[in-house]
Design a protein around this ligand. Sequence first.
Ligand SMILES: [Zn+2]
Ligand SMILES: [Zn+2]
Length: 271
Amino acid sequence: MKYYDQHIHSAISDDCETPMAEMALAAADLGLSGVTFTDHCDIEHYETGKIDPDCYDGPARRTVYEDAREIAEGRTEVLFGIEIGSANHHPDVAARIAADGFDLVIASVHNLAGLPDFYSLGRDGRLEDEAEDVRLLERYAIEHLELVAQGGFDVIGHIGYPLRYMENSCPGLSLEPFRDIFAEALRLMTEKGIALEFNTSCFRQGMVCTPEPWLLRLYKDLGGELVTLGSDSHEPTLIGAGFDEGADMLRSVGFSRITRFINRKPEFVGL
Ligand SMILES: [Zn+2]
Ligand SMILES: [Zn+2]
């Protein structure tokens, strides 16, 4: 199949060191049909949970992107996206950023209101109490419902993200106890034409799938048709990683095509 990796990062993101042009050339060398750069814009800082005024510099991003696109021209298609965090805590800021001429806007819940990113919580040993983790997962489910009701983006990224940081200290946790809340969110997504991302980083990191298979199946059963594949790669060698397994997973749930976004419009590609 033709692979379009619609969730990758470059040095624009704090947690990636590889320049965008280098990532684009690596994607071409790996034979990908296309990539969409979705560098972070977490409106609240990942360590403090407080609003981060430096999270977005539109013109600088655009310049770096245009260079990368030009360098890879004719070898792989390079598109321009963004991964916005904390969008449901700051709807007006998120709407302003999302309107800045992207091909694809991913909204991801990396942190809950008033808390730092789940990555930081895990690093600081704050996810070791199972009962507390379950309470956080319920809040995580509710924030998805808020986010989807708000809308204004194309894809929800890596549902299940907190489980990555909980599974060492509290193995076996799942979002399934909050199935009803997610069912409502997924139903709204189908109504609004919001796509569900299958984030293939779980395969290379040996972690719980994001989303878990039951949630993919639920979206399909509710009439959801829009699914994207993204590696969430922060390194050139990992672009497109796990796509064979991801495609198998999507087929096993009943999807026969994936979606890619150009100029924020969905197009289907056979799986
Ligand atoms: Zn993310
Ligand atoms: Zn990401």
